[in-house]
Design a protein around this ligand. Structure first.
Ligand SMILES: *Cc1c(COP(=O)(O)O)cnc(C)c1O
Length: 355
């Protein structure tokens, strides 16, 4: 039995893997991989997946859900294009690699980007708090969870401007008020399903209002909403498996139950990081992510020994992102608390023998 702390693609419930595998072999007599996306059987899957997203997040009426390709990386461009209005200006919060990606793509399509808050001065180890937000913008954009460094906004950014959020690595992990947002996007592979699909939750009111002269059909959310995610061939396997995962999430108490579990898992690990003399957590305590827990070894020279013992314990995916080093334990919804306990026990045992 492996304990998968990988940051994405990531662990999903074992029963979801099993059902997805079964459908690859037999989905109403055909393989899921050979059915037409326009067949009645698959249209039902797409409808259910969209409905389950709405149910799981209590999405109010007046919003649509679509599944597209391209990952959150294309979401950076789609967000900027679809939110562009007369001012052609936007306010972005820079909390790290992914936020920077979003800023870069907004600029690439001609948005005048005002980065009004950043934590770059301290390697993105905190969430900026005291900032003055520009008023003369088309929208405000932020990244709710920094997957790489392990920081997370603890509340929704407050603004009177339309609000856009990249929620790739914490969507479905905690209860959110969707009505505060005009656009939410998230790559599936961090908490929802296999790589391939990207989820967009969009306020219908914003559709078709872009002032961008450059607007390829595929990047226009209005087209996807009108065609109910069937403008072109959707990522069938990813959507199907995401649907299975959402069924499982809802059957197990939904997002509120997942949030409770996620809080308990993160507390277990952060307590060990704080009490174990061999480890430290590099990010601001109040901004610690519930999804991606980063930590460092105080004695760098023991790194290869620590690597050996966590690997021997069946732990995988614990190496920090290549840009920051150290360790990163991703605690996405499907990771059982028992796996976190194995990691904590491993850290304790390591310190008992080496500390
Ligand atoms: C992983 C990630 C991305 C990039 O996602 P892709 O689907 O690989 O393009 C963007 N934003 C955040 C917050 C992420 O965690």
């Amino acid at each position: 039995m492996k304990h998968n702390f990988g940051a994405g693609p990531c662990i999903l419930p074992q029963n979801v893997f099993k059902q997805a595998a079964d459908a690859v072999i037999d989905f109403n007599g055909l393989s899921l991989l050979e059915v037409s996306h326009r067949s009645g059987d698959f249209v039902k899957v797409m409808d259910e997946a969209q409905d389950l997203v709405k149910k799981a997040l209590n999405v109010p009426s007046g919003y649509s859900v679509v599944f597209l390709q391209g990952g959150a990386s294309l979401g950076f461009t789609i967000a900027a294009l679809n939110m562009m209005r007369d001012k052609k200006k936007a306010g972005y919060i820079n909390t790290g690699t992914w936020a920077k990606g979003a800023i870069k793509e907004a600029k690439a399509v001609g948005t005048d980007v005002n980065v009004f808050a950043t934590s770059e001065d301290k390697n993105f180890s905190y969430i900026p708090k005291n900032y003055s937000m520009p008023m003369d913008v088309d929208y405000i954009h932020y990244t709710s969870n920094n997957t790489i460094v392990g920081t997370q906004f603890k509340s929704i950014v407050e603004t009177n401007s339309p609000l856009v959020c990249d929620m790739s690595s914490d969507i479905f992990s905690q209860v959110i008020d969707v009505s505060k947002f005009d656009l939410i996007y998230a790559g599936a592979q961090k908490n929802l399903g296999p790589a391939g699909a990207t989820l967009y939750i969009v306020k219908d009111e914003i559709l078709g209002k872009s002032t961008s002269a450059f607007m390829p059909s595929y990047l226009n959310l209005k087209n996807h909403v009108e065609k109910e995610s069937m403008l072109n061939t959707p990522p069938v396997f990813s959507v199907y498996t995401s649907m299975l995962n959402l069924r499982d999430l809802i059957a197990n108490g939904g997002v509120p139950a997942a949030e409770k579990k996620n809080i308990a898992k993160a507390a277990l690990l952060y307590n060990e990081i704080d009490s174990n003399p061999l480890f430290n957590g590099p990010v601001a305590v109040e901004d610690r992510s519930l999804m991606n827990v980063t930590f460092l070894l105080n004695k760098e020279e023991l790194a290869s020994e620590f690597d050996q013992i966590w690997k021997a314990a069946g732990i995988v995916g614990l190496a920090g992102h290549r840009s920051v080093g150290g360790y990163r334990a991703s605690l996405y919804n499907a990771l059982p608390i028992e796996s976190v306990q194995v990691l904590v026990d491993t850290m304790k045992e390591f310190t008992r023998t080496k500390g």
